[in-house]
Design a protein around this ligand. Structure first.
Ligand SMILES: [Zn+2]
Length: 409
């Protein structure tokens, strides 16, 4: 008796064979890519007639033959009818299936490819995402799943993970700003482009085509040579980006709690309903006053940035003079201080960053925010300070922080 197997997957292609039959290629979870014979599938009364065309996702029962399978039963889970009925999308669908057929092999694990196909076909039925964009994402992720993706994370020249700014076809990877002069065919990539490429090859598949929610509250506090790029301004991104912004930082009115969303109309409609249930509305007189701020000339933003650039330099210089280890913020008015060498002292053994911050308030007179509240990972050695204060306040804080550094002596 023939061996019966059951597989779940997509039909990638379907070819007529002889007078009444079909040969289909299935990308399956269990067996990778297999080829199966569908006997009589083109006879008008065949139960296989409607279930042996491309893009069908389902469970197929087959007899295992010597060098092929013969399908005798199919249970469809998704016909992808919306995809099939749209001429433009259907060509993309065929193209996607062709690539999957190229990479698929019998007994080669195809779970990732299957999931990628599934979310990509779904995306093709979503009219708010341009098909061309779906195609680029699909292609890049597909070559990544199959191990042929360029390395977007390491410099081909020196192995560094930082300052990557140039892509090379010849080296199939990135170069950092120290090494990019070595490549002849270098293409300069914006940080946002690199981020997008990195995102596409690493994002969870179910997130690949979903909305991006960005927090751009500090858009006007980004220090040279860095600059802010609004995600929604990137090609094809407006339609699936929700930009969250606030007036708090830009107009120094943190207590007013005023902010706004920018996004496609259909998304904002939903957000308005939620907003109505949560807060009804922000105080009307404050909104009126904020209009004045929104009409400020360009020079206001330049002055704001110049002011914080100066404060940042002043505060960081003070920290360096004391000898506290810190990062150099590319934006915002926050600085992270590395407190590991303090936690290594006998009196702080086993302390959390929270306990250290509480101790600092009482004994040093400077309040910091424990860094662990900003990380998903186990981080305990960072605390956050901010420099949005007058120079004399910053001076006093630095004077007090000096007492902290003296513990190390
Ligand atoms: Zn390098």
């Amino acid at each position: 008796m023939a061996d019966i197997v059951q597989v779940t997957g997509f039909i990638l292609s379907s070819m007529p064979v002889g007078e009444y039959d079909r040969r289909i290629v299935i990308l399956s979870k269990e067996l990778g890519k297999i080829s199966a014979f569908a006997k009589g599938a083109r006879r008008p009364n065949s139960h296989l007639i409607g279930v042996t065309r491309p893009f069908i996702f389902g469970t197929f029962e087959c007899y295992r033959g010597r060098d092929s399978y013969t399908i005798f039963k199919a249970e469809v889970k998704n016909y992808f009818e919306e995809l099939v009925s749209d001429l433009d999308s259907v060509w993309y669908g065929y193209y996607f299936a062709e690539i999957a057929e190229y990479y698929g092999k019998e007994n080669l694990d195809a779970v990732q490819m299957l999931n990628l196909l599934y979310v990509s076909f779904k995306a093709l039925t979503n009219k708010s995402i341009p098909n061309e964009l779906i195609r680029f994402i699909y292609e890049l992720r597909m070559i990544s799943v199959n191990g042929e993706c360029p390395d977007f994370f390491t410099c081909r020249g020196c192995g560094s993970h930082d300052k990557l700014d140039t892509y090379s076809y010849t080296y199939n990877g990135m170069f950092c700003s120290d090494c990019h002069s070595k490549v002849k065919d270098g293409i300069k990539l914006q940080p946002s482009t690199l981020y997008t490429l990195q995102y596409i090859v690493t994002a969870a598949l179910n997130k690949l085509y979903t909305f991006v929610v960005t927090d751009e509250v500090y858009e006007h506090m980004v220090y040279a040579p860095n600059r802010h790029v609004c995600m929604a301004s990137l090609p094809g991104m407006y339609e699936h980006t929700i930009t969250c912004n606030s007036l708090s930082k830009t107009y120094s009115i943190t207590g007013w709690r005023l902010g706004y969303l920018i996004g496609p109309e259909e998304v904002i409609e939903g957000a308005k309903k939620v907003h109505d249930f949560l807060t009804v509305g922000a105080a009307a007189p404050l909104q009126e006053a904020a209009v004045t701020g929104l009409n400020f000339p360009e020079s206001y933003y330049e002055e704001l940035l110049a002011l914080y650039t100066k404060k940042r330099a002043y505060f960081l210089k003070g920290l360096d003079e004391i000898g506290l280890k810190h990062n150099v913020p590319q934006g915002t008015y926050f600085v992270m201080i590395d407190i590991q060498e303090f936690l290594d002292l006998p009196q702080f053994q086993g302390w959390t960053d929270l306990e250290f911050c509480e101790w600092m308030i009482k004994n040093i007179g400077v309040a910091a925010v424990p860094g662990s509240s900003f990380f998903r990972e186990e981080v305990n050695h960072l605390i956050r300070l901010h420099f949005a204060r007058e120079e004399k306040t910053i001076d006093e804080a630095l004077k007090r922080l000096k007492k902290l550094q003296e513990l190390l002596k």
